[in-house]
Design a protein around this ligand. Structure first.
Ligand code: AMP
Length: 444
């Protein structure tokens, strides 16, 4: 390893704090491969962090020259923490005699499960900034961890995900077309809770739009999307241009089965082939351990699950519940195009589905009676032009024969034509799902 200048952040809030810090500096100077150790003075700081307050810290920073790799330097830091009496692995939210963070290591970038360099939060912490300034550094010139990192080429995206996987991280992928809202945010939250790293893709995929559909007019709100991803602490946003995803000779497409030719597939021929192709391309690039899809697009979810099983992608597909407006409307990027009247009228979709679910909860089991119940509610709203209403088996959405059902998922699509532009809205509801809204809001 070539020599690099590295910076460590030191803190102590237990025992003789100054003695712990002073000894760490001394010991660092004696480690082979480390030299020119220079320490700031120590400053008293109130505890910053989650949970109940801890005793105040004494903090400072150390500059050193080293031929050790970032991982080896971290190993030295952990050994010094243990020597000072810190229990390792360190229990969360406990006083600690010595805490050493690797802040910077030359211009090296590390992004593994155990170590991220530059330290993702160094520039947010005054107890780190002050001693670094004291060491004579221009903080604005130092590298920072940019989160989310915005990547535009498939090669960069694949490389970043591969680094994560190589570093032992689980990776959660959230594919989207942008114009992000709370529904997308719920997928990101789930990915973040379950995975070490979260990648969001923002790509309005031309392959899944038919001629005359709204590809050109699909809402594009990239700056706001990035802010939403930053608020959800997404690590990477992959936002390619269509030409980067599909080069001029691109000609391999995923064919989907007969189940993808009903409902949305019947109205949008080729749509699910386009969805499956882009999802396959994204899964092949990122090789995520998990990928998050909304139940809002239940048929898309079924198509993707089938494809992942058929083609053997090593990714767990995680379904996420529909996020709704307070009046029941499922959140959707296209809702912005609804006119005021249609916006009021379109709650009929959820109320129709909820009404059939209510009938099911009261004992109605006949497939056609349940559908008739929902259809009667839909018929009360002349602004809604119904495309389809179906009751399908939950999960794979296979057709259910007439007669009694022991559950299932109702799926509806309708057009509303009174706004800025005509909007097709989709919704669905499991007959077994508990009510999302207070009874009054669900009443037809
Ligand atoms: P889109 O950007 O519309 O392609 O959606 C990207 C992902 O977000 C898909 O998996 C959608 O099912 C999901 N999604 C969209 N709207 C919602 C919502 N209201 N609740 C939960 N997930 C959603």
């Amino acid at each position: 390893m070539r020599e690099a200048i590295a910076y460590l952040g030191l803190g102590s809030n237990e025992g003789d704090r100054a003695a712990h810090l002073g000894r760490a500096v001394e010991r660092l100077g004696a480690v082979p491969g480390i030299g020119a150790v220079r320490a700031s003075s120590w400053h008293e700081n109130a505890y910053v962090g989650d949970g109940p307050p801890l005793a105040p810290f004494l903090n400072g920073a150390v500059e050193l020259r080293t031929v050790l790799s970032p991982a080896a330097l971290l190993g030295v830091a952990k050994a010094l923490e243990a020597e000072a009496g810190r229990r390792l692995p360190a229990p969360h939210h406990r006083p600690r005699p010595l805490d050493i963070d690797l802040l910077l290591h030359g211009d090296t970038i590390v992004d593994t499960r155990d170590l991220v360099v530059p330290h993702p939060r160094w520039h947010e912490r005054e107890f780190v900034r002050r001693p670094l300034r004291e060491l004579g550094l221009d903080l604005d010139a130092l590298p920072r961890w940019q989160r989310p990192a915005v990547l535009h080429t498939p090669a960069e995206f694949a490389a970043r995900c591969s680094t994560w996987l190589g570093g032992g991280c689980t990776v959660g992928l959230v594919p989207t077309m942008g114009a992000l809202h709370d529904g997308h945010a719920s997928l990101m939250r789930r990915a973040r809770a379950e995975c070490d790293r979260t990648a969001v893709t923002i790509f309005v995929n031309p392959l899944q739009f038919g001629p005359g559909e709204d590809f050109a007019a699909y809402p594009r709100t990239f700056d706001a999307d990035l802010r939403l991803c930053a608020a959800q602490q997404v690590d990477v946003v992959f936002a390619p241009e269509p030409a980067a995803m599909y080069d001029p000779d691109f000609c391999s497409h995923v064919a989907v089965g007969a189940a993808a030719t009903t409902m949305e597939g019947a109205l949008r021929p080729g749509h699910f082939g386009g969805v499956a192709t882009v999802v396959a391309r994204l899964l092949a690039l990122a090789r995520p351990t998990h990928a998050y899809f909304g139940e809002k697009d239940a048929q898309q979810l079924a198509v993707v699950r089938r494809m992942v099983q058929d083609l053997g992608f090593p990714t767990a597909i995680v379904p996420c519940p529909i996020v709704r407006e307070p009046d029941g409307l499922a959140r959707s990027s296209r809702n912005v195009y609804l006119g005021a009247e249609d916006r009021r009228a379109c709650t009929i979709l959820y109320r129709a589905l909820a009404s059939a679910r209510h009938a099911f909860a009261r004992g109605e089991r006949d497939r056609d009676a349940l559908l008739a119940r929902a259809r009667a509610v839909l018929a009360t709203e002349p602004r809604a032009a119904l495309d389809y209403l179906e009751l399908r088996r939950d999960g794979d959405l296979a057709a259910l024969p007439p007669g009694p059902v022991d559950g299932g998922r109702l799926l509806v699509a309708a057009r509303f034509a009174g706004g800025v532009r005509p909007v097709r809205l989709l919704d669905n509801l499991s007959l077994d799902a508990p009510p999302d809204l207070p009874a009054a809001a669900e009443a037809p």
